[in-house]
Write a protein that binds this ligand. Structure first.
Ligand code: M6R
Length: 610
């Protein structure tokens, strides 16, 4: 999604803004731009319909000097990716503005502005915002008041950075629904869509709340809430360092993140288990009293995080004995539903800024769920601030658009939750010890499965020229197949669909032929024999099978069947392990296809619009 950076400083800010944009590239975008007020108060702007590297080249040809500026990477919503739609947008050479979000009443505002004589140079919803600020500013208001009046007229979501030629030492920031942080420097201040963008210049941040408007100068930051009352927001010191978002010798962020899963899982468990049991306080001081009241669970999330929820449903019902439903957030938020009493609403999100998941949490609060719990990877994100209980996944920054370590650490946290709830509903101490032992064994087992990377690369070579594929799993391995298919399609652009293997004969089997490879996950569990029968159905139709299997599963290499053995792993934790070879498989196929691994086309890391 769009990325924003801004600065008001004593030094030239062009390079700071550019570095900030580079560090936001992972969010996904299609065009980029920067606007800087020159020392003689001219508003200078450079934009490109392409990558930040092209913007950097353009700035090398046409250097912009000045100490107040804003910059942007655009992920197209209204209007195609193009030079004229790229931000910053400028009104009459006076005011420049960058925006992340969607202005829902842009057509109405556009009509009003056309009547006032404003001209439009883009197809964006954003241009009405800069015009509106200009309109209020020419009515005698200063920039802060003009932005305040403008945002009061906007429907929809926004994070904004605004500068004006007539107030060159001032940067106004505002947010509602889209993330924005202020970086606190010494004699200089910054804004950005997330902290990564600003880590080279500061580790001190103020996280704006929905409705906040900030008046930022070199010397001061003054924040107003949506009712225009001046308000204090705390300064938080980030533990992240500037190199947190670097590849550390790996070819891609995604590969680095896949390989960091043993450590990420170990950190997720750190301090949360003791003497073979889950530490209840790890879920917060109020966790015990909340969990005591819970008799059912509703999980809501998007994409990969939704898949984590689907796996947790198998665990929640089998281990904790509690009814559990799982739903994609974009459906949940618009559905009339029946809320069971004593239900815990669980939201899962790597970023904590996914617009649909956030809206679902807000909706859940209105609809009378007993309590809410968020599982999230980004501290101080909107989701963590709005949920009653919060458990962090501690995976560390995830930069690749394709989510990997966030998923496996979500599963770990979900298992901890299942154990805590299970304890209250008949899960015995011995069973808890066994589950905790499985969790503790995960880092070692993940390391073992990562050693298969070269073999998986060889397997991937047979896939790079395919256009369609099916993924199969059964039980809690069905969502693993869904996650594997999602990974393959998002980074290699090969069409992949997942099915519960028993469902194949009810339709999808018609697709199977020599040119439709079928990937399956086959741990040695109670559904193995059923799965093997389903695989036979594929072979009988000439389908080629690629099976990630337990050595004891009895699935052997044979013509049309290629098996990659995965070290034995017990139920119920098998989904965590079987996810990893599918991540590596998608990765190697995508590399062979020459795809943009970390920033796949059309996708964004943090989906902050609906
Ligand atoms: O930040 P979130 O976990 O809320 O993001 C949800 C999805 O947008 C995300 O998982 C997406 O599906 C990933 N690109 C999958 O790899």
């Amino acid at each position: 999604m769009c990325g924003i950076v801004g600065a008001v400083a004593q030094r030239d800010v062009a390079l700071i803004l550019l570095e900030g944009l580079k560090r936001l590239e992972y969010r996904g975008y299609d065009s980029a731009g920067v606007a800087i007020l020159s020392r003689d108060d001219r508003l200078q702007r450079v934009r490109v319909a392409g990558k930040v590297k092209e913007l950097e080249d353009a700035l090398a040809r046409e250097a912009l000097y000045g100490s107040t500026g804003i910059a942007h990477t655009r992920w197209a919503t209204h209007g195609k990716p193009s030079f004229s739609n790229a931000h910053p947008h400028v009104c009459r050479g006076e005011i420049a503005l960058v925006h992340n979000g969607i202005i829902e009443n842009h057509e109405e505002l556009r009509a009003q502005q056309l009547a006032l004589g404003y001209e439009f140079t883009s197809e964006t919803d954003t241009e009405v915002v800069v015009n509106q600020v200009h309109h209020h500013a020419t009515g005698g208001k200063d920039l802060l008041e003009a932005v305040m009046d403008t945002v009061a007229e906007l429907d929809g979501a926004y994070a904004l950075g605004v500068i004006s030629r007539s107030e060159p030492q001032r940067l106004i920031a505002a947010r509602r629904g889209s993330p924005l942080v202020i970086g606190v420097g010494i004699g200089e201040h910054f804004i950005a869509s997330d902290v990564f963008a600003l880590l080279p210049v500061t580790q001190r941040f103020v996280f704006l709340e929905d409705g906040d408007i900030a008046d930022i100068t070199r010397q001061a930051i003054t924040i107003y809430d949506s009712k225009r009352n001046e308000i204090e927001r705390p300064i938080r010191v980030s533990e992240l360092t500037a190199d947190a978002a670097e590849k550390s010798g790996f070819r891609h962020f995604m590969l680095k993140e896949i390989f960091s899963q043993p450590r990420a899982v170990a950190e997720t468990l750190e301090g949360r288990i003791a003497e073979g049991r889950v530490v209840e306080e790890a879920f917060g001081p109020n966790a015990a009293s909340v969990l005591d009241t819970i008799h059912s669970v509703h999980i809501v999330a998007c994409g990969t995080s939704y898949h984590a929820g689907l796996i947790a449903r198998y665990w929640m019902e089998a281990i904790a004995g509690l009814p559990c439903s799982v739903e994609v957030a974009s459906e949940f938020r618009y559905r009339r539903l029946v809320v069971r009493p004593e239900t815990l609403f669980v939201s899962i999100s790597q970023s904590g800024e996914t617009a649909d998941t956030l809206a679902a949490l807000r909706e859940a609060k209105q609809r009378g769920y007993a309590h809410s719990l968020a599982i999230c990877n980004v501290p101080e994100s909107s989701l963590t601030r709005e949920s009653e209980l919060v458990v962090m996944t501690r995976a560390g920054p995830e930069i690749g658009v394709a989510s990997t370590k966030a998923f496996t650490t979500q599963l770990v946290v979900l298992m901890l939750l299942v154990i805590l709830l299970g304890r209250r509903h008949g899960l015995g101490v011995e069973d808890e010890h066994a589950l905790v032992a499985q969790l503790e064994s995960l880092p070692g087992k993940l390391n073992a499965v990562l050693e298969l990377s070269d073999q998986i690369q060889t397997l991937a070579e047979q896939f790079a020229n395919k256009h369609h594929t099916l993924y199969l799993g059964r039980g809690s391995l069905y969502p693993v197949a869904m996650e594997g298919a999602l990974k393959l399609k998002e980074i290699s652009y090969i069409h992949a669909e997942a099915y519960p293997a028993g469902e194949l004969k009810h339709g999808p089997l018609a697709l199977v032929d020599d040119d439709m490879p079928v990937v399956a996950v086959a741990p040695n569990n109670g559904l193995l024999e059923k799965l093997k029968s389903n695989l036979q159905e594929v072979r009988a139709r000439g389908g080629r099978l690629y099976v990630f299997a337990d050595p004891a599963a009895g699935v052997e290499n044979s013509p049309g069947v290629q098996v990659l053995n995965v070290a034995p792993i017990e139920e119920p934790i098998a989904p965590v392990i079987y996810t990893v070879p599918l991540q590596l498989f998608a990765y190697h196929v995508a590399v062979l296809k020459g795809a943009d691994i970390d920033q796949p086309r059309n996708l964004a890391k943090s989906v902050t619009v609906e």
